[in-house]
Design a protein around this ligand. Structure first.
Ligand code: ZN
Ligand code: FE
Length: 255
């Protein structure tokens, strides 16, 4: 039986995610921005929380762990990098490790840049990528702890996933990301189509996730730093993709 995924909002602009295995009844929360909305979503479905899969140490991704752990005695899986404080960790994972949620399997990809400990979880059978603050729809996370070349490598790792992989990202930033991307690629037809879709979804108060990796490749300017037209658009024709990526990220920071 296929995995079931639920999307809801947490805090001001974080996404909450539950992935449920109908075979074993196991349910994982991807990160724990805050306990309240996660508990509500679990109760709505009649699911018991068995696991929390943490992507990185930022407060808006770990703030709900203590309360959820007390209530459900669930397992907390977190990045291998122990320099970042994450409460009540039971298991540490690194690149290439697999995590079972009941009978569902997630692969761990190390995707540093936003933070040094950032990891992403790929459920291949469910075609689901949980990329938190590395890759957003039409955007990417700010580079707080790593370098631009490091973040670009992480984005390439996610871009290499199959086109039909669904992206579930950490924040509802898509409308702002679209506005910025259009300043760089105003003529990109796939970006224009995504812009129209995002306007419609937001008007209906619906989340802009999931999206497909195949669509992000065509419309997300941060995945397109190695496209010559994008380099030229930011005045860096012929420069390395990592440099072009860095320029895009800085422009977005200052937008
Ligand atoms: Zn973060
Ligand atoms: Fe975040």
């Amino acid at each position: 039986m296929a995995a079931e995924i639920r999307v809801f909002s947490c805090l001001s602009d974080n996404f909450g995610y539950l992935i449920h295995d109908p075979v074993s009844k196991a349910t994982a929360s991807i990160d724990a921005p805050e306990a309240g909305p996660i508990i509500k979503a679990l109760q709505r479905e009649g699911w018991q929380l068995t696991d929390i899969l943490v992507t990185h140490h930022h407060a808006d991704h770990v703030g709900g762990i203590a309360e959820l752990k007390t209530k459900y005695d669930c397992r907390v899986v977190a990045p291998h990098d122990k320099t970042a404080a994450i409460p009540q960790v039971d298991e540490r994972v690194k690149e290439g490790d697999t995590v079972m949620v009941g009978t569902l399997t997630a692969r761990v990809l190390e995707t540093p840049g936003h933070t040094l400990d950032h990891i992403s979880y790929v459920f291949d059978d469910a075609h689901a990528l949980f990329a938190a603050d590395t890759l957003f729809s039409i955007g990417c996370g700010r580079v707080f702890e790593g370098s631009y070349p490091m973040m670009w490598e992480s984005l390439l790792k996610l871009r290499a996933l199959p086109d039909d992989m669904r992206l579930y990202c950490g924040h509802e930033y898509t409308a702002s990301n679209v506005r910025f991307a259009l300043t760089v690629e105003p003529g990109n037809p796939d970006l224009k189509a995504r812009a129209a879709e995002v306007t419609r979804l937001r008007a209906e108060n619906k989340p802009t996730v999931p999206t497909l990796i195949g669509d992000e490749k065509k419309a997300n300017v941060f995945l397109r730093a190695d496209v010559p037209a994008v380099a030229a658009a930011v005045g860096l024709a012929g420069k390395s993709p990592a440099e072009v990526f860095g320029e895009l990220r800085e422009r977005k920071n200052n937008a």
